[in-house]
Design a protein around this ligand. Structure first.
Ligand code: HEM
Length: 274
């Protein structure tokens, strides 16, 4: 409640944790003298909000030592921020174990905003997630913010023919350009909200895609590509449908590569292995 940046960051943290080595809290381990951890990989530089997980862990360790893994805390936190922001609620399966390995270079497995539809579909399908999961989980962009660096390629010298991405609403594109090129205001924190109601979990994100006002190229492409367009249109029309499917896809995401007792532990401090 004190910091509106926490909700989007915790939701994104869950995605980044589960996509790399499964949901094993590998994203929470700090780098050491001889290892650069996922946290310090490029896509995770803007995650932050680790302190919220630390606080939850400290409370849990005080009451029930070595019982709730850091991976479960991240999964529960992601559900809670969605629900507290006005989104759906679902039961989170518990019992994940925390991993012991975290490597910065493995964050290169995460999708980047320059992926085309086929590349996005392939990346998700390697994790056992289908086109529906891709479109549904991308709805996580109903919360939060993007830095200019993540969408700037759409605004200048986009292709040999177009200076700006022609799939973007012209007025919206010019507004983003202004935000990102104004020499007097531009700094490393410049950017724009992924959705016009960025603190509320709703289906506005999909309505924006239909209006060609998606911020990331990977958002807009979901509406432009024939394989996913009908899903975007359905979610833009029926928020309840989006909420139901979002809960289902988050449960699937939360089951990725879950560690057994033999390969994991319950960390006492989420930043380091026991
Ligand atoms: C489909 C592939 C995806 C790509 C290419 C992608 C890429 C990105 C990028 C580039 C940003 C902006 C980062 C920045 O500039 O600071 C971002 C933000 C965000 N992403 Fe994704 N993302 C994807 C899927 C997801 C999924 C599945 C979720 C969660 C279910 C998610 C949740 C978020 C959230 C909540 C933010 C806002 C973070 C903040 O405000 O700090 N993303 N994403």
């Amino acid at each position: 409640m004190r910091d509106s940046k926490v909700a989007p960051r915790l939701l994104r943290m869950f995605f980044h944790d589960c996509f790399v080595r499964g949901c094993d809290a590998s994203v929470l381990l700090d780098s050491t003298d001889d290892n650069v951890a996922e946290k310090d990989g490029p896509p995770n530089m803007s995650l932050r909000a680790y302190y919220v997980i630390d606080q939850a862990k400290a409370r849990l360790e005080a009451d029930c030592p070595r019982t709730v893994s850091c991976a479960d805390i991240v999964a529960i936190a992601a559900r809670d921020v969605v629900n507290l922001s006005g989104g759906p609620y679902w039961d989170v399966f518990k019992g994940r174990k925390d991993g012991k390995v975290s490597r910065a270079n493995e964050t290169l497995l995460l999708p980047t905003p320059s992926f085309n539809a086929t590349k996005l579909i392939q990346t998700f399908s390697k994790k056992g997630l289908g086109i529906k999961d891709l479109v549904t989980l991308s709805g996580g962009h109903t919360l939060g913010f993007s830095h200019c660096s993540s969408f700037e390629a759409r605004l200048h010298r986009f292709s040999d023919i177009f200076d700006m991405d022609p799939s973007m609403d012209f007025i919206f594109a010019n507004m983003l350009k202004e935000k990102c090129t104004n020499k007097h205001h531009r700094d490393t924190t410049s950017g724009y909200y992924l959705d016009s109601t960025s603190a509320i979990f709703d289906n506005e994100y999909y309505k924006r895609l239909v209006a060609r006002k998606g911020v990331l190229a990977t958002d807009q492409v979901l509406y432009n590509d024939y394989r996913s367009k009908f899903l975007v249109e359905s979610y833009a029309k029926y928020e309840t449908l989006f909420f139901m499917e979002f809960a289902a896809s988050m449960i699937k995401l939360g089951n990725l590569g879950v560690n057994s007792h033999y390969h994991g532990e319950v960390r006492t401090n989420c930043r380091s292995v026991n």
